[in-house]
Write a protein that binds this ligand. Structure first.
Ligand SMILES: [Fe+2]
Length: 139
């Protein structure tokens, strides 16, 4: 699902985006694969833990970069990150309640992928475009 055109020209951030796509794809693939749900749950747990940590690091790096280049859309972008973390938190709470209900995990995988594409192909591109106008962004 990752596309070269999603690159914003900042190597660290582009690499993180690519890794996020890879992990979310992996997650979805594993959830949709054949086999006992009980056995898949470990993978689901593992991916969820990785994702929640990685997303925090990635958002922090992306926010830092926006501040460095004095990106005018910083506040707005920050809100998107906050809202996303809230959404993930809600799912985690629901998982704790339901104990990884299969349907809910599938729904979560789909939402993650949709958000990732929408965010990386949309909001994040604006950062790249702004950096390019500054003559930067190609680290
Ligand atoms: Fe972002």
């Amino acid at each position: 699902m990752w596309k070269e055109k999603y690159k914003i020209g900042v190597e660290r951030i582009d690499q993180q985006h690519e890794e996020l796509f890879r992990r979310v794809e992996d997650f979805i693939k594993s959830v949709r694969s054949e086999g006992e749900w009980e056995l898949k749950q470990e993978k689901v747990k593992e991916t969820l833990e990785f994702m929640s940590m990685y997303v925090v690091t990635h958002f922090a790096d992306e926010e830092k970069y926006q501040q460095e280049i004095h990106y005018p859309g910083y506040e707005e972008h920050l809100q998107l990150h906050i809202r996303f973390k809230e959404e993930v938190g809600k799912y985690v709470a629901r998982f704790n309640d339901t104990g990884f209900d299969e349907e809910l995990v599938q729904e979560f995988g789909g939402k993650l992928m949709a958000w990732l594409i929408y965010h990386v192909a949309g909001a994040d591109q604006k950062i790249g475009a702004y950096a390019a106008r500054l003559g930067g962004g190609k680290e």
